[in-house]
Design a protein around this ligand. Sequence first.
Ligand SMILES: Nc1ncnc2c1ncn2[C@@H]1O[C@H](COP(=O)(O)OP(=O)(O)OP(=O)(O)O)[C@@H](O)[C@H]1O
Length: 445
Amino acid sequence: MKRPHDPFPGDDASAFALENVADAVFAVDSDFIVRYCNLAAAEIARCAPAEALGRTCREVFGVKNCRNVCVLRQSMDEARPIANRIVTLKRTGCPDVPVSISAAPIWAMGGTVVGGVQVFRDLSGSGFVSRLTGLQPQDDFGTCDAQLSEIVRMLPQIAQSDSTVLLLGESGTGKEIFSRAIHKLSQRHAGPFVAVNCGALPEQLMESELFGYKSGAFTDARKDKPGRFALAETGTLFLDEIGDLPYAMQAKILRALQERAFEPLGGVETIPADVRVVAATNRDLGRMVAEGAFRQDLYYRLSVVVLRIPPLRERLGDVPLLTERLLGRCRMAVSKNIGTVSPEAMARLMAHDYPGNIRELENIIEYASILCQGTTIELCHLPEQLRGEVSDCPARGARTMAQIREQAAREAVSRHGGNRNAACRELGISKDTLRRILGRRDEDD
Ligand SMILES: Nc1ncnc2c1ncn2[C@@H]1O[C@H](COP(=O)(O)OP(=O)(O)OP(=O)(O)O)[C@@H](O)[C@H]1O
């Protein structure tokens, strides 16, 4: 039976709703004993929701570094909600998982904090998009944007259809990543994926590159050479920058698409093409048609399914997620243990308009990872156009370990509004150690 004023969700509609959200949600009492755990949280804990109840959250989730990163404890200590803190959870026997955590205290009547609720989202890329599409984490798109999520949701159906797909989007928005995902989700996934950048092929070589040639077709053609259409047989041909195709080539591509066949240069025989075409462009094909620069018939043939990938500035909410993903890549490349981005640096990253889209963010994160000597990317590690006036990193320059330790301790105490117990918990040290680090002059603070 439901108790009056029970602050924890019981057998009611709100608990039912919480069960079904994709984010992990759990609630604890003031002793950090789990009183509620939804399905997503139980999945992370690798137990049934009922098995999580009555145990400490530390025990349930098995997080080794939970003392240092406990956002829930901080929220309860400071009696205030904390939103979207990105931390890396380290669990015994599991790979590190970057998560975004929001926490809020639960108050009893009279205003006492009697517990807390925490919501966390897995940012590792093995989250909801992977589950939705069945893709491997590296193929995941790192988005919480409604428009893009809708495209991702439709992707398996689109991929299965074998229709031509036209991807529209600015340079660096991830069009090639999408085309690879379409291939992997399609019936053709066991076949080859062949990418051609139409803008990078010299005009005189384009026909032979795409359709191949027979020996003797021209002076240097000593033996037959297959083109990209033949190489993509039974698979997917990705025609990137299709807007850059010369007008004459457009007719040949149209014919290959319509008749599902082509003739190699210098050949007389027509070769059937069992190829699915995904095309992409950052140009306005509609306008090019109106200006007579692009064939209308090819435009219609390509536009069976059109997907517009939004630029990053229209989905800045994805910046933390993408940053975490890109940091993971850099961590491996530069062999550094960079775990987080400071709130100030993240605010700057989220205020940028990214004319180069995800490719630009990728470069920024790589730059910052190279400069960063610690575990957190700070404002001073960002490229000049983002960091503005901030020049040198406070951590740079010669400092002793004792000075670094003292600064970390002071910052923790100040973050907790002077609450030393909370600072000790965050740092994972005893009160005696904190006192030793801060020195005698702080005894009377
Ligand atoms: N969701 C994502 N997660 C992580 N990295 C991504 C994501 N989308 C794109 N990238 C990275 O951004 C860069 C640009 O992506 P991609 O080449 O797919 O973009 P594009 O739109 O095809 O660009 P272009 O039009 O210039 O060819 C790549 O290095 C890719 O790895």
